[in-house]
Every structure is written in C-alpha cells, then in structure tokens.
Design a protein around this ligand. Structure first.
Ligand SMILES: *[C@@H]1O[C@H](CO)[C@@H](O)[C@H](O)[C@H]1NC(C)=O
Ligand SMILES: *[C@@H]1O[C@H](CO)[C@@H](O)[C@H](O)[C@H]1NC(C)=O
Ligand SMILES: *[C@@H]1O[C@H](CO)[C@@H](O)[C@H](O)[C@H]1NC(C)=O
Ligand SMILES: *[C@@H]1O[C@H](CO)[C@@H](O)[C@H](O)[C@H]1NC(C)=O
Length: 552
C-alpha cells in the first residue's frame, strides 16, 4: 500500500476509489469492503503519520517529498519523515530556521522562499551535506555571515534574491565549493568584501543586480571566480567602469549591465572579456556608443544598447564586432540619426531592432548597406517620414517592421510600395501606414495607386527633361550654324580642294573601261573570288568602286 499521506487528500482519494468500484454494477459488496478499509485506514493513520503532515501540506513517503503550498505555517514542522529529500514550504509565515532543521539531514532540495524570515541562525545547515539547492529568496533576511552556510559542501544553487542583505562579508560563501549559481539580486548590498566570494571556484552564474552598489566589485572579487560564465550587475549605480575591472573573467560569456547608471565606458573597461558573447548595456546614461571599449569584444554575438542618451549612431560605431548577430538599439529617447556605414563592420548581423527611438528621423541611405545576412529589421515606432531606396538589402529579409512611423506617402516611397506589393507583404510584414498627406492618413501604403502617391509629378518631371533636351538641341544647332556661317570662306576653300582632287581621280579611272574594271583581278589578289568576298584589302577599291547595297 502506498504510504502517500496528505491531511486532506488521502481520504478523498480513497473515497474516489470507492465511488469507482460502486459504479460497477456487479460489486456492491466490494464497495462495502472499501468502506471498511476507509474506516480502518482512518483509524490507523493518526498513529502512523497523519499528525506528521501539517495541514495544507502534501507528504509523499514514496518520493520523499513534502510540499506545503500557500499557508500559515510559522515554524518548521518538527515531525516530518526524517528521510525526506525534498521540502518545499513556500508562501508561508516562517520567521526563522529553527533547530528542527537538523532532523532533515537527507534533504537535497529545500525551498523556503516567500516567507518572513529575518535571520538564518549560524550553522543552520551544518548537517546538510547532501543539499544541492537552497531557495531562501523573497524573505527579509538582513545578514549572512561566514558561518551561515557552514556544512553545505555539495550545494550547487543558492538563491537569496529579494532579501535585505546589505553587505557581503569576508569569506561568506567559502564553504560552498561546489556552488554553481548564486543569486544575490534584489537586495541592498552596498559593500562587498574583496574576499567575500573566495572559494567559489565552480561558480558559473552570479546575480548581483538590483542592489545599491556604487562601484563595480573589485578585481580581487572576480579573481576568485575562475569558472564564472554569467554576471548580472544591472540596476546599480556605477557611473563608470574602472579599466580592467573584468580582466580576470576570461570565461565570461554573458555580462548584464542593464540600468547600471553608466555615464561612460572607458576604452580599457572591457579588457580581457575574450569569451563574451552576450552583453546588455541598455538603460544607462551613455552619451555616445562606447566604440573603443566594445572593440575588444571580438566574439560578441548579441548586444543591447538602447535606452541611452546618445543622439547619433556614427559610421563605424560597432567597429570590431565581427561576430555580432543581434543588435537591439531601442527606446533611445534622444537618438536622431543613424549614419551611413553605422554597421559596416558587422557583416554577420542577422537581426537589427531599432524600434521606439521616438526622435529617430534620419536613416542615411547606406546605413544598412553591406549586411548580407540581415534577415530581420525592426524600425517600428520611430520618427521616420521617408526611406531612401536601396536602404536595406531587401531581397533576403524575412521580417520587416516599419509600423508606427509618420511616413509621408509621396512618390519617393513608390519603390517601397512596389516592393511591398511584390513581396505580398501584407501577411509577412507589418503594414506601412501613411501619416501624411492628410488625405492619405492611416491608409496602408501598399494599397495606394501611383497617382494617389503623386507620381504624376514624375511624368511632369519627364516632360521637363524632354523640354530641356529640346532647348539644348536647338541651341546646339544654332551654334553650329553660326560657326558654319563665320567660317564659310575656309570651308568653301576646303570643299574646292576636295572637288579638284575628285576630278583628277575620275580622269585616272577613265583609263580603264568599265568592263576591264569588273573582270581584272586586283593586283596581288589571286584570281576571281566568290561573290561578296573581299580577299584583298578593301581600300584598293575605295572611292573607285561603289559597294553594292546588298553588301552594306
Ligand atoms: C569569518 O569572518 C571573520 C571576520 O568577519 C574571520 O575572522 C573568520 O576567520 C572568518 N571565518 C572563516 C571560516 O573564514
Ligand atoms: C565618465 O563619467 C564620470 C561620471 O559622470 C565622470 O566623472 C568622468 O570624468 C567620465 N570620464 C570620461 C572619460 O568621460
Ligand atoms: C524589438 O525591441 C522591442 C523593444 O525593446 C521589443 O518589444 C520587441 O519585441 C523587439 N522585437 C524583436 C523582433 O526582437
Ligand atoms: C498573397 O497572400 C494572400 C493571403 O495569404 C494569398 O491568398 C495570395 O495567394 C498570395 N499571393 C501571392 C502572389 O503569393
């Protein structure tokens, strides 16, 4: 028989079993038997364990799990099965971890999140050599010391997010040599002892985001973390990053500095981050793209740098980021202009998100040129009124979002309209909607005809060009006539000379009869040749023999 016990659910599951058996028409006897069983179990349970499983909890002795959902427990239950491996008491009213914790030394997973714990007594986990995950997030813990976690030699995940910790003391986490993930986000940490994280040689992920740090933790702090791969430092107030701050984090692949209060990032700040692939610099106060600092990140694949204070993305702003595949530059309230060649160095760019830059109205004609892998371009919610033809390598685009821009739908956007139609874009791309002129407001560009886009102006232009050509030709002819008129005497002389020569030639030709001329093989040409062929140089006949019309 299963030893699954639950204060409320064990009897109800038996009741279910009974109703099931009574639903079968043949066995009313069986249901009677079941009833007897329920009574028996009911009688047995108080001595065997019902008292061990507190109200609102589920205790499973097969899987050795106890799960207490939202409830009013204010102390740790004292009489749970001492063999339990998994204990979850979330959303209760626990105030502290008392000595009953030591009875559950087989625990591998302990979740006491969302309670009211203010302190964790020293050595609370001294007997928990099997614990792998400890979740103490979202309590009111104000302090942890280098004795708090004594004994946790196998722990790999420690979550302290959402507490009131103000300081990380000397060697606080050193007993946890196997720790891989440490979450200290959303606390009030303003000071970190340079040796606070000593001993965490296996730490891969560290959250220090959403604290009150005013300086990036010292180089010494990071020196003791040789395995660190992900570092979250956002929502602090750093102002700046000292040169070489991260230079010992050779294996770091992700650095999150979102909302870190950065005003500038010096050229040396990101030195040594040779494995970095993901970086978030959004929501800071950067007044320029930190081109020199970023240049060191030769392996960066994803960068978010929106919500900053720069006004321009200059040519070569992301120079050196050859591996960059995704760039998000959104919500930059002051950004007005993206210059030609802004992304030229980033030849592997695939996705570009330039949305919600409410003042962005200049996207230079070659701003997105030379990006053969570009497949997604988001230009939503900017201040663009028109787009230069050939702006984007449109041929390979899979996603294009130009919505929520104040487009002026005139003949300049004719090319875009044609493109949208040719791509059957209505289902693939977000619609491009006109804002101006007023008569076309809110109409989708793709549905407008040439005349509606004012492309008759185009025809007028053609007429103008033709007009100019006609005038130019007339002027040329007049000039020529004038030249001829003024030089008429010289021309006449030249013509005279020519005609004299012509007469001499004719006289010379008269020495042969016409027949002779036709049959005589020209000097140096062997015999008669098939008609139409000119085996001898034509110049011998030039001026003396009219070339038959058929041969012209
Ligand atoms: C704990 O920290 C104190 C100072 O705060 C220090 O004297 C002591 O040696 C530390 N203990 C361990 C085990 O690191
Ligand atoms: C960076 O910003 C900080 C804080 O605003 C300022 O004190 C420092 O002079 C700036 N450094 C550079 C190189 O602009
Ligand atoms: C582009 O950025 C905006 C704002 O950050 C975001 O809401 C949107 O999901 C992003 N789009 C894509 C395709 O990544
Ligand atoms: C365009 O899309 C519509 C709606 O999905 C579809 O019915 C139509 O066949 C498509 N036309 C072409 C030319 O692909």
């Amino acid at each position: 028989m299963s030893r699954r016990r639950s204060s409320s659910s064990s009897s109800s599951s038996l009741a279910r079993a009974i109703t099931m058996s009574s639903s079968s028409p043949t066995s009313s006897l069986l249901s009677l038997l079941g009833l007897v069983l329920v009574v028996l179990v009911g009688l047995l349970q108080p001595t065997n364990g019902l008292a061990n499983c507190p109200n609102g909890c589920e205790c499973d002795d097969d899987t050795l799990m106890v799960n207490c959902g939202e409830g009013r427990l204010d102390v740790l239950p004292i009489a749970l099965n001492p063999a339990i491996q998994r204990l979850v008491i979330k959303n209760n009213k626990l105030k502290t971890i008392d000595s009953s914790m030591q009875f559950y030394a087989q625990l591998t997973f302990l979740d006491l999140s969302f309670n009211d714990m203010v302190t964790i007594p020293e050595r609370s986990f001294a007997y928990h050599a099997k614990l792998q995950e400890l979740h103490l997030n979202h309590n009111k813990i104000g302090q942890v010391s280098n004795k708090t976690f004594t004994g946790l030699s196998t722990i790999s995940v420690l979550n302290l997010r959402g507490n009131l910790i103000a300081e990380l003391e000397f060697r606080t986490f050193s007993p946890m040599v196997r720790l891989e993930e440490l979450n200290l986000g959303q606390n009030r940490i303003s000071h970190i002892d340079p040796h606070a994280l000593d001993g965490l040689v296996n730490l891969r992920v560290l959250y220090l985001d959403d604290n009150t740090l005013t300086t990036v933790p010292s180089q010494l702090t990071f020196q003791s973390l040789p395995s660190l791969a992900e570092l979250y430092l956002g929502t602090n107030s750093f102002m700046t990053i000292p040169g070489g701050a991260f230079q010992d984090l050779k294996g770091l692949t992700r650095l999150d500095l979102r909302g870190a209060g950065l005003h500038n990032i010096s050229a040396e700040a990101l030195k040594g981050l040779e494995s970095l692939r993901y970086m978030d610099l959004s929501d800071n106060r950067l007044t320029a793209i930190p081109t020199a600092a970023l240049q060191r990140l030769g392996r960066l694949e994803e960068l978010s740098i929106g919500q900053n204070d720069f006004e321009v993305v200059a040519s070569g702003a992301f120079a050196g980021l050859r591996e960059l595949r995704r760039l998000e530059l959104t919500g930059a309230q002051r950004l007005r202009r993206v210059e030609s060649g802004a992304f030229t160095a980033n030849t592997n760019l695939e996705q570009l998100n330039l949305s919600s830059n409410k003042q962005l109205n200049e996207l230079h004609a070659n701003a997105l040129g030379g990006l053969p892998h570009l497949s997604s371009v988001i230009l939503k919610e900017n201040q663009l009124s028109t787009l230069a033809e050939g702006l984007i390598p449109w041929a390979d685009l899979q996603t294009l979002d130009l919505s929520e821009n104040p487009f002026v739908c005139d003949c300049q956007l004719m090319w875009l309209r044609n493109l949208l139609i040719s791509k059957n874009a209505s289902n693939q791309y977000a619609p491009v909607v006109c804002a101006y002129p007023a008569t076309l407001r809110d109409l989708p560009l793709a549905q407008l005809s040439e005349p509606l886009l004012g492309c008759t102006h185009g025809a007028a232009n053609k007429q103008a060009i033709i007009g100019i050509l006609v005038v130019a030709c007339a002027a040329l002819i007049t000039t020529l006539a004038l030249v001829l008129y003024t030089c008429r005497r010289r021309i006449r002389e030249m013509l005279k000379g020519h005609s004299a020569l012509g007469r001499k030639e004719r006289e010379y030709q008269k020495t042969f009869s016409d027949e002779e001329y036709m049959t005589r093989p020209p000097p140096g040409c062997g015999g008669v040749h098939p008609a139409g062929a000119y085996p001898c140089s034509q110049s011998q006949y030039m001026g003396s023999r009219p070339i038959p019309v058929t041969e012209l």
